[in-house]
Design a protein. Structure first.
Length: 210
């Protein structure tokens, strides 16, 4: 968190928080939502100003009850999440000896310990091998094909990624699909999960309220 933000909180500790004005979409874009957007349930306008985006990303965190927020000086701006609190891009290896890298929307590396496929064919990663511990992140849909190149998948698994074939959990629970050879010398669990269960399993609040 920026030192200027820390100083502002200390100087003005009682500034009321707000909700509904900032949203993180499924492609890792920050979106501003005015009253009309909120009333209509729309995503809002993407923030394109580079310095503002960088400021948000440096001061993005979560609280003790799983609400994610942008600390805008002394004011806490809780973020609506279109899906997960982090969205990942997969960056290809620069040579045959290097591993690909997952980077979240704030520019931070993500240490994936498990991969998940939801019932719509989305790929997610968590930094803990099993829910509910750890943080969950959605892989940007533009990187699904590249993920399939690096992850050794069965035909059914690859089909679910590339054409959106539903992968239905049994008994409403996440089931193991096996393991994948994700990075050189690294195998991680591959599991399935209902999209409707993700927030509860990973203990975050998609639509914070005050």
């Amino acid at each position: 968190m920026d030192q200027s933000v820390i100083d502002a909180i200390a100087k003005w500790p009682n500034v009321p928080a707000c909700t509904g004005w900032l949203l993180l979409d499924r492609r890792g874009q920050w979106r501003m939502r005015d009253d009309a957007c909120q009333a209509a349930g729309e995503l809002g306008d993407p923030i394109r100003h580079a310095a503002l985006k960088a400021f948000i990303e440096r001061n993005y965190a979560d609280d003790e009850v799983g609400r994610w927020f942008f600390q805008n000086g002394p004011q806490r701006v809780f973020v609506d999440l279109a899906y997960t609190p982090l969205v990942l891009r997969l960056h290809a290896a620069t040579d045959n000896a290097s591993a690909p890298v997952l980077i979240d929307q704030c520019g931070r590396p993500f240490d994936a310990q498990a991969a998940w496929i939801d019932d719509a064919g989305n790929v997610l990663f968590s930094d803990s091998a099993r829910a509910p511990n750890g943080t969950i992140a959605l892989l940007h849909d533009h990187d699904l094909a590249l993920f399939s190149e690096y992850a050794m998948l069965t035909d059914d698994q690859a089909g679910a990624l590339l054409d959106g074939t539903p992968v239905a959990p049994e008994n409403g629970d996440a089931d193991a699909l096996g393991t994948i050879n994700w990075l050189p010398k690294q195998s991680i669990p591959l599991l399935r999960i209902r999209s409707a269960d993700v927030a509860q399993r990973f203990s975050y609040v998609a639509r914070p309220v005050l």
